[in-house]
Design a protein around this ligand. Structure first.
Ligand code: P6P
Length: 344
């Protein structure tokens, strides 16, 4: 029996769905041999996201807007909230004994678990605050994460080898979008589920069960300012998608500039988000391990597709922690069209 939550609001009593924690515990009960490690790890990720969301929601008030003056491994200027988000996730997770190593967009090398804490069987990789350029303009941003099982033997510290695993071996992946409402979306491969935060309660409640992305959408999402840097094939695809065809109208363009927000809209309404390679970024701008692969995992769980232009994102064997990949992700028919038109 699914427990209901009663909340008395201005419109009268409101019944909520399951909390994220109850959803995870229900999954744990169904998973034979579950140890609770997975649930514990997710509780720590959820807590970190609530702390980050709380700071993001008042970034304009506290002295945490703006730049730290540092540059991260990507050569990008590091926002104060990026650093805060990274440290929040590391602190919430490292003491829990569920991971053997972590990988973060903000840190050059794999992050070991400090020796005073136990190590666990999972590997957590994440972009702590994606789209941080949107922080100062109060546009949506997000956290992206993926969970693998450790590959190396034993129970000691994990290594880079444990991080360099393909997306098809992901155990669970998801993202948190800090927007008009904060949502936690995740998949363990069996459907994708969305939970909306009630900040008054501090709980995520099931609001989008078993998300399914439309087979085809009507929106494309790409930075057309890069048009002159794209290959003729990518230019051909963008020209085609925004031109009315005999069987369809022109696609609309929507581009927020934060991958989590652009992907979340694509997941809910259909269409395609793309970051193609260009003359400045031969492999595109987005990172495989903690951006493209986790969102590809969620997208496929919702019935969508994700390609680098020739391969399924989840089949790419990583060789470097911060390697980049071209990305075409969204409705299956739209991704197939893009790959086909680009290939000519
Ligand atoms: P551009 C944010 O900096 C980010 O990494 C992604 O979240 C986003 O999709 C992309 O870069 C935007 O890049 O070049 O369009 O500003």
């Amino acid at each position: 029996m699914r427990s209901e939550h009663l909340s008395i609001g201005p419109a009268g009593p409101t019944f909520y769905g399951q909390t994220l924690e109850q959803h995870l515990l229900e999954r744990q009960r169904r998973a034979s041999g579950a140890t609770g490690d997975f649930t514990g790890l997710f509780q720590q990720i959820s807590l970190a996201s609530k702390i980050i969301g709380s700071q993001v929601s008042k970034a304009g008030l506290a002295n945490i807007l703006g730049l730290t003056g540092q540059v991260n491994v990507q050569g990008e200027e590091v926002q104060k909230l990026d650093v805060f988000a990274n440290e929040t996730i590391v602190r919430c997770v490292q003491q829990g004994g569920h991971v053997c190593v972590m990988g973060s967009e903000e840190v050059e090398e794999p992050i070991p678990v400090p020796p005073q804490y136990p190590t666990g069987k999972y590997v957590l990789q994440f972009d702590p605050l994606d789209g941080s350029g949107n922080i100062d303009i109060n546009a949506s941003i997000g956290t992206i994460f993926s969970v693998h099982r450790r590959r190396t033997a034993g129970s000691g510290p994990g290594t880079l080898e444990d991080c360099l695993q393909p997306g098809r071996d992901i155990v669970a992946a998801g993202y948190v979008i800090y927007g008009s409402s904060n949502m936690f979306v995740y998949s363990t491969g069996d459907g994708a589920h969305g939970f909306t935060l009630d900040p008054a309660i501090g709980e995520y409640f099931l609001s989008h069960e078993n998300l399914k992305i439309p087979e085809r959408g009507r929106t494309y999402s790409v930075n057309e300012g890069n048009y002159h840097k794209w290959s003729p094939g990518v230019q051909r695809w963008v020209d085609w998608v925004k031109t009315p065809q005999t069987d369809r109208a022109a696609y609309k363009l929507r581009y927020i500039g934060a991958m989590v927000a652009d992907f979340h809209r694509t997941l809910l309404t259909g269409g395609i988000f793309a970051y193609p390679p260009d003359t400045k970024n031969a492999q595109g701008k987005l990172r495989l391990l903690y951006e493209a692969a986790p969102l590809a995992f969620v997208c496929e769980a919702a019935g969508g597709a994700a390609s680098d232009g020739s391969r399924r994102i989840l089949d790419i064997e990583p060789t470097q922690l911060h390697q980049r990949t071209p990305l075409y992700i969204g409705s299956r028919a739209d991704v197939e069209d893009a790959v086909g038109v680009i290939a000519g």
